[in-house]
Design a protein around this ligand. Structure first.
Ligand code: GDP
Ligand code: CA
Length: 341
């Protein structure tokens, strides 16, 4: 069987671009890098991976600019992640949080570990000195060496806000995504989810080129609304996905009608989309070429879409590497099919 690498001519490293949220995206990307490193195919082994990270979860607490999704990718790929939680630093302590609590300085529901705070201090200081978020992220990655080029989706401020109908008499109140997600565990139904600032944002340097110039574009099983969905709202990104010559392949974050981790079902409900692998594919219908779903899940009814059933649980590094390999194999099949047509 030929592989997608053939499209480059033999031996040229594959250019892979992935969109990513936080924990789900990061775990998948770690599997992708493991798969590539172990591949017998030199085009895969020497592949160059660019990650376009969601920044709409970004939030400022205590004056510190926090980029949870970029940090989850950076720490996970750089070996600094707390494996059990899936986010934040390993061997973390909470001395600063305890001191803040003693001052009654909230929010008490958002955990900031001591080590993690150093990241936010560096980010906040650099931004205050005039650096862009892209520059800050590149600088932080000099330490973590994540093995990918990590780009924020935009250098502009975009923040996901959520309208909740739990005010007096059902009145709407608007909260930052983090308050809904972390404080309320998305238990209060969202009436509306809006990526504030997205429509006026500019893609960060390199983002559109990374999509247009890729050999393969991968959508990890990140949250389709507040991770992938917000990246797609940055003007130009969706169009770049429609126009790229690269096959766009995705992994469903939904198995058997439920998200694997977290509350993505609450996000899908808010935008009126059922929590099924097929419905999530529908959100990407204008650009998606291939879709991996779990055994037993129903395939989307779309003639042009190549669907494969694979084990989708990222239950171990090896299983995750296999899943990433399956995504690249599917991309290869699509490329071969298009060239034969
Ligand atoms: P967040 O920003 O930290 O919420 O992380 P992401 O948006 O990148 O990923 C969250 C999504 O990952 C959730 O919607 C989960 O359904 C999905 N997810 C988590 N673990 C797995 C897994 O093992 N397999 C699959 N297919 N999806 C997963
Ligand atoms: Ca996130």
């Amino acid at each position: 069987m030929s592989t997608v690498s053939d499209v480059n001519g033999p031996g040229r490293p594959l250019r892979i671009t992935a969109l990513a949220g936080g924990v789900g995206g990061a775990r998948f990307l770690r599997g992708l890098l493991a798969h590539l490193a172990a591949s017998p195919d030199p085009a895969r082994r020497e592949a160059v991976v660019t990650v376009v990270g969601n920044t709409a979860d970004d939030v400022t607490f205590h004056g510190l600019r926090i980029s949870p999704d970029l940090d989850s990718v950076m720490y996970t790929l750089g070996g600094g992640i707390d494996e059990e939680r899936g986010w934040g630093r390993a061997q973390e302590t909470s001395g600063v949080a305890a001191e803040l609590a003693a001052y009654g300085a909230g929010p008490s529901w958002f955990t900031l570990g001591d080590k993690d705070i150093a990241t936010h201090l560096v980010r906040t200081r650099m931004l205050a000195e005039g650096a862009t978020l892209s520059e800050v992220t590149a600088h932080l990655c000099e330490r973590w060496r994540p093995g990918v080029r990590l780009l924020p989706m935009t250098d502009d401020v975009v923040q996901t806000h959520v309208d909740l109908a739990d005010g007096p008499g059902g009145a709407l109140r608007r909260v930052h995504f983090q308050e809904w997600w972390v404080r309320l565990h998305a238990a209060v139904p969202a009436v509306r989810i809006e990526a504030v600032g997205a429509a006026a944002a500019t893609p960060a340097p390199g983002v559109l080129d990374a999509l247009g110039g890729a050999d393969v574009v991968v959508l990890p099983p990140s949250n389709p609304v507040v991770s992938i969905g917000t990246v797609l709202q940055v003007p130009g990104v969706r169009q770049a996905l429609v126009e790229t010559a690269a096959p766009v392949v995705g992994v469903s974050p939904v198995i058997a009608g439920a998200p694997v981790r977290g509350m993505a079902d609450a996000c899908l409900s808010a935008i009126g989309v059922p929590t099924t692998a097929a419905a999530v594919a529908g959100l990407y219908a204008d650009f998606l070429d291939g879709w991996l779903i779990a055994e037993g899940d129903e395939a989307p009814d779309r003639p042009g879409l190549a669907v494969r059933r694979r084990p989708l649980l990222m239950s171990s590094p090896a299983a995750t590497a296999d899943l990433a390999g399956a995504a690249l194999d599917l991309a290869g099949e699509i490329t071969d099919r298009e060239r034969a047509a």
